[in-house]
Design a protein around this ligand. Structure first.
Ligand code: AHG
Ligand code: MN
Ligand code: MN
Length: 328
């Protein structure tokens, strides 16, 4: 076999003498397994009667889809069974849930969006699962222990359910690396071990229907992206993870700004914005909430939301400049 599988690759980068390093790799393998299980269900969604909503509303006031619930349970079941992490924070669970494990597990917090892009489930458009892994300080117990900023991530990534199933992650022992599922052998196979985001791009991804609800600075930013640059093109799927993946490979910037009525926007810091921001930075891109680096933001709750701008470094720099000038 020419390319290595995810397990072979992880084994080659794991320091076997470090229990934390071994544990991180085992957690990544479990998330990849969750990705394969969810991918299978995504492909059978129409055949298995899994389309539509459960009738429940989640902590964000959004209708829960049957597949959101299924995907969340896959993560919970797998981590309950293997006890590798102490705590889970999920978009689909109001409170953090304890699932570990041994003493080592207590040092690991896994945050995840089990299914990102739920509005695209029933229409066969790319969706995915996003995760972030944090190592918690052992000897400093505090009420806010779980509220970690993105700069403390020790691994993050996503599974993408599109025409093929991809798995992309970053950890301190690797660059940003990408895999593609070879379902004939049930394994992810390495396609790129050093993904880099082009610095410059004409692509921007934003829901422009929100234009009338934005403040002046944000309107100025989007006007600039549309008509102020040499070339300009919009690509917006409505699945953050899908938009991010395209922008990482081709170049581009994703924006979900706040509105005047809701300045913090809708993207969740701990399991959407921060993991993708960390990946972007590792791939040479940048991530801000307008003026501030996104990875510096300390969440005030597990479901904290923040304005989110992630992508090609030069374009993000220009956006920051416009915000900075306009806020002076
Ligand atoms: P989720 O499906 O996990 O609730 O996340 C949806 C998010 C994000 O993926 C996407 O970019 C954005 O919401 C789309 O929102 P709009 O429909 O407001 O554009
Ligand atoms: Mn999401
Ligand atoms: Mn979701």
């Amino acid at each position: 076999m020419k390319t290595s599988t995810l397990s072979q690759f992880l084994s080659s980068v794991t320091d076997k003498s470090s229990p934390h390093c071994v544990r991180t790799s085992d957690i990544i393998m479990t998330i990849a397994l969750a990705g394969k299980m969810i991918s299978r269900q995504v492909r059978e969604v129409w055949l298995d009667g899994m389309v539509g909503e459960t009738g429940e509303t989640n902590v964000h006031g959004e209708q829960v889809k049957k597949l959101d619930e299924f995907a969340n349970e896959v993560f919970v079941e797998l981590f309950r069974r293997n006890g590798l992490v102490g705590t889970l924070i999920s978009e689909e669970m109001g409170e953090p849930v304890q699932v570990g494990g041994d003493e080592l597990a207590e040092e690991f917090l896994l945050t995840y969006d089990p299914l990102d892009g739920s509005s695209n489930i029933d229409v066969n458009v790319t969706i995915g699962s996003i995760f972030g892994l944090y190592r918690l300080p052992k000897d400093e117990p505090s009420a806010n222990l779980l509220l970690q900023p993105g700069k403390n991530l020790i691994a993050c990534g996503y599974a993408l359910y599109g025409p093929s199933t991809n798995f992309v992650f970053w950890s301190p022992n690797t660059s940003v690396c990408g895999f593609i599922a070879d379902m004939s052998i049930g394994e992810f196979r390495l396609t790129d071990e050093n993904i880099k985001i082009p610095d410059e791009s004409s692509i921007y991804s934003v829901n422009e229907a929100n234009y009338p609800n934005w403040d002046k600075a944000t309107q100025e930013v989007v006007d600039y992206l549309r008509v102020g640059r040499k070339e300009s093109s919009t690509r917006y799927i409505g699945s953050l993870v899908g938009d991010f993946h395209r922008n990482m490979l081709k170049g581009g910037v994703y924006l979900y700004p706040g509105t005047v009525a809701n300045p913090e926007g809708k993207i969740r810091l701990m399991y959407e914005a921060a993991p993708l921001a960390r990946l972007a930075v590792a791939a040479g891109g940048k991530a801000i909430d307008g003026q501030q680096d996104l990875l510096e933001i300390v969440p005030d709750s597990p479901h904290h939301t923040c304005p989110t701008i992630i992508g090609s470094s030069k374009v993000v720099d220009e956006i920051r400049e416009i915000y900075t000038k306009s806020k002076k």
